[in-house]
Design a protein around this ligand. Sequence first.
Ligand SMILES: [Zn+2]
Length: 476
Amino acid sequence: MEYEAVIGMEVHVEINSQSKVFCACSTDFNAPPNTNVCPICLGMPGVLPVLNRDMVDKSVAVGLALNCTISRWSKLDRKNYFYPDMAKNYQISQYDLPLCFDGRLVIEVEGAVKPIGITRAHMEEDTARNTHTLGGGNSGVDFNRSGVPLLEIVSEPDIRSAQEAHAYLTALKQILQYLNVSDCNMEEGSLRAEANISLRPKGATEFGVKTEVKNVASFSGVMKAIEYEIARQTQVLEGGGVIEQETRGWDADRGITFSQRKKESAHDYRYFPEPDLVPVVVDEAWEQRIRATLPELPLPRKQRFESAYGLSGYDAHVLTATQAMADYFETVVGAGATAKKAANWIMGDLQAMLTEAKASIGVCPIGAEDLAAMIALIEDGTISGKIAKDVLAEMFASGKPPQAVIEEKGLVQISDTGALAAVVEQVLAAHPAQVEQYKAGTEKVLGYLMGQVMKATQGKANPKLVNEMLRKALTG
Ligand SMILES: [Zn+2]
């Protein structure tokens, strides 16, 4: 029997608010353990939480970017369970009335677009962080993370492969970064992804029993865990076994998932409305105010890059990967460079230098206007494309504009026929055999002769001019 995978994603993202979601404590990740704490986020009895408005603003922005409906009236609920990372024995979350619901995120896999339903995005608080690596058999609990604003984004089970799951996570992370609501740093736990995976016979409409894979530290890890789970479940079903609903961990070193616990159902948590917080009422005016602040989102921007600048899908994809990259590109084009040339320089030499320097375009030492100026200097024949690579490297190292680099290094292209005539003459005199070959009809030796002229001028000769002059001299 052929099976089809049915996958849904749950993503927890820490919202980059200055203070925690229900108290005024700082959310600074680098603070020493248990210094950003107060009675509220330590879970003391009798304290009163107050909802952080910035968290609501940013959650609404995410909801709108994911095409969700924003609840006019929602509330917070207590999710009851015991664990040492949560001193008050309940987490404040949202149960039946999430802030955002019924959205969609469009993903692209191999050029084809597919909408993935967004079930909901709800606000909650992060838990404290348990550490088991203190030595001496000791474990520690750091309450700095307790109460950090957390948004949980739940997708519909519309994903059918590990590749689609990867595309979903990538697109979601990109949107969150465009909105500037989270640093999405997976290593620091700012973004955590879990996948629900089940199989069903191809063509069936009913869902099979799902497993949930947690604690995966990278998008590629999520892909591998999904692939592993699909293979494992196929094997169980083909052997006549049944899949148990459970939570499974991912062992990245061994490349396997393993059973952690049988999955709880929602009723196990005994949710009830949080009595210490007022309902959240986001009226039309509030929603519009947030909508007006939304930037152009990654997919529309990519599509605009294709239509407005005539870029390929691939180029547009790379250039809109981050907002900083897309802004840089548009500034270069705005300063007069053609789109294709700007794209080639940014994605080629510039990106290589940034990668080498482990830097991002946001801190690029070459200003976008300076790159445009350098491209203009190639266009007007001041420097050759080859020399431009050296100029760019020097601009990157020194931060100087191209004109200054060219002047200092004496890199101006020789476009003076008088100056070049002597060199052409010397080269032809030094290579009589090649001259004979050319005259006998072997046109490709022209390239060799051109190379000799370029070498003699340290690459500064105008190649187009040299080509013309050589042809003229050889046929004259
Ligand atoms: Zn606090």
